[in-house]
Design a binder for this molecule. Structure first.
Ligand code: G6Q
Length: 540
């Protein structure tokens, strides 16, 4: 089934359907059906998904669901939940859903129930987080820990960093959290420049414990601490690890008792609810962390059980697919109208693009259709004063997801009304625009009319929830995880490997020695010249 997307009957029907619907305006769709705004929405698991401002009809949805069915979405979903090794290129199960499943479920991997292991690590995390929060964990000089620095990159950084920012409202404010990911020495320098080492804990988060950036930063952190505190003995009280690699953790000098484990069936970008979320648990406490997990689980269950037409992640995935593969949209914007979610677009970029930025099918054949779009975004209302111009009047069609909450966490004056009025207004303006006639009626002079016309018919989806809580965040992340999965199934690709990051890594290893050694260079002329230009100020 993998390479036959464009041969499926539903794809062919969708092509025909697309040619009929592609120029239909949202203004007409809304006029023809006064109930559209309440009919094309789903309220489930505490989220309100309004997808009525998308360029679809009932027929589109029906055909897209049919395509999902013909591409085997239900079977693939069952295979994931069962723990089958669906990450075929790495021969691994894909079981982030096991990280948030209730204690009494059984999920078998290679004949072993993984749920007790997950629960044991959660308990261990909770104990440690509690010790830090209650000041029971002491540093080398006997002082309590005040600063927590997560060292990790990619999946070992973006999730915990995003979630910490998202749930800062619930965090223990007397603790200071920082996230160091970049190998650029500035990242580490700036993170520690105002911190006392005797009050600082480093969490080295790395599934492999071999990642260049993370290990470089971890060694630098270790040297900084040992130099300031004057003893190697200090490492044990100031470093803990989150990893699958006990051997390397021990070699680094971290007590294996202070290693928080996860497993090869948790992909990096799907790991924020594993021990990779240790910094988050210290920040928000065990109870809130567990609430977040239950939010994830609620969405997992909804994804597993709800009919496709009523299934939030499936709908989101189908819409993304529709614009990507039929309207030819190259990008998709995600605009959270909540300042706490300011890292959410960056997190989603990895989740979506590392997962679905693939050019061959599961069977290794080149695809003859587009796969994952570019995701980008910024919080509203800020985006309105920068790139929204292009969304409204540019030549590109960019479907947008808006995320908003009914109740603010920080109610002051009428800020929240203004925020929500803006997000609702943007959806309306994008969909309906402003016509020549309307402008004329307002007395706009003829020469200015083309400049002030908004064509409309620009799609957006609104995800509305009650309030940004740990539980809601869990639901939102799982919503996108399963939307990515749905899209990957439609395209017949492996959403769970990331071979595309390997080549650059290997070349960097080679170039790093060439920068400092004066040996002959055998790259292309541009690469050789760049290396020589750098060597000029760093003679060996
Ligand atoms: C995510 C990727 C990647 C990974 C980082 C860090 O899905 O696998 O972003 O998370 O490369 O890897 P380590 O956790 O092994 O350091």
């Amino acid at each position: 089934m993998t390479n036959l997307l464009t041969q499926t009957p539903a794809w062919k029907e969708l092509q025909q359907h697309y040619s009929q619907i592609k120029d239909v305006h949202l203004r007409d769709l809304f006029q023809q059906d006064p109930q559209r705004g309440t009919r094309l929405r789903v309220q489930a698991v505490g989220l309100y998904l309004d997808y009525s401002k998308n360029r679809i009809t009932d027929e589109t949805l029906h055909l897209l669901c049919e395509l999902a069915h013909q591409r085997g979405l239900e079977e693939r979903r069952a295979a994931m939940f069962r723990g089958d090794p669906i990450n075929v290129t790495e021969r691994r199960a894909v079981l982030h859903i096991a990280l948030r499943t209730p204690k009494d479920t059984r999920i078998m991997v290679n004949g072993q129930d993984v749920v007790p292991q997950v629960q044991a690590v959660l308990d261990k995390m909770a104990k440690f987080a509690g010790q830090i929060r209650k000041k029971a964990w002491r540093g080398y000089t006997g002082k309590p820990i005040k600063n927590i620095i997560n060292i990790g990159i990619g999946g070992s950084d973006l999730g915990p960093y995003m979630a910490y920012e998202a749930l800062k409202f619930y965090s223990l404010r007397e603790l200071c959290f920082r996230f160091v990911s970049n190998v650029d020495g500035t990242a580490f320098t700036e993170a520690v420049c105002d911190l006392a080492p005797e009050e600082t804990l480093f969490i080295v988060s790395s599934k492999s414990f071999t990642t260049l950036e993370t290990m470089t930063n971890a060694q630098t952190a270790r040297a900084w601490l040992v130099e300031k505190l004057g003893s190697e003995q200090a490492v044990r009280q100031h470093f803990v690890a989150v990893s699958t690699n006990e051997k390397e953790v021990t070699r680094f000098g971290i007590d294996p008792a202070n290693m928080f484990e996860f497993w090869d069936w948790v992909g990096g970008r799907y790991s924020m609810d594993s021990a990779i979320g240790l910094s988050l648990m210290i920040a928000i406490g065990e109870e809130h962390f567990r609430q977040m997990l239950s939010g994830f689980h609620e969405m997992d269950e909804h994804f597993r059980k709800a009919p496709l037409e009523q299934n939030l992640p499936v709908l989101l995935g189908l819409l993304a697919f529709w614009y990507n593969n039929f309207f030819g949209c190259q990008t998709s914007a995600v605009i959270p109208y909540d300042f706490y979610l300011h890292r959410f677009p960056a997190f989603l970029q990895q989740l979506t693009m590392e997962s679905n930025g693939k050019r061959v099918t599961l069977a290794g054949e080149a695809v003859d259709y587009q796969t994952g779009p570019v995701y980008w975004g910024e919080p509203g209302t800020n985006g309105q004063h920068s790139f929204f111009q292009l969304l409204h009047q540019g030549t590109k069609l960019v479907p947008c997801d808006f995320i908003a909450f009914r109740k603010p966490l920080n109610p002051i004056g009428n800020h929240h009304d203004l925020l929500i009025a803006n997000v609702i207004a943007q959806g309306e303006a994008l969909a309906f625009g402003k016509t020549e006639e309307e402008l004329k009626a307002e007395g706009v002079p003829d020469w200015l009319i083309p400049h002030r016309t908004f064509p409309g018919n620009r799609p957006s989806t609104m995800i509305f929830a009650d309030q940004l809580t740990p539980r809601t965040l869990g639901k939102l992340v799982a919503l996108y995880e399963h939307s990515v999965f749905t899209q990957g199934v439609l395209w017949g690709i492996n959403s769970f490997d990331q071979w595309g990051v390997e080549l650059g890594k290997a070349l960097a290893q080679r170039i790093v020695t060439e920068l400092s050694e004066n040996e002959d260079l055998s790259h292309d002329s541009s690469t050789n010249a760049l290396i020589r230009y750098y060597r000029d100020v760093h003679p060996s």
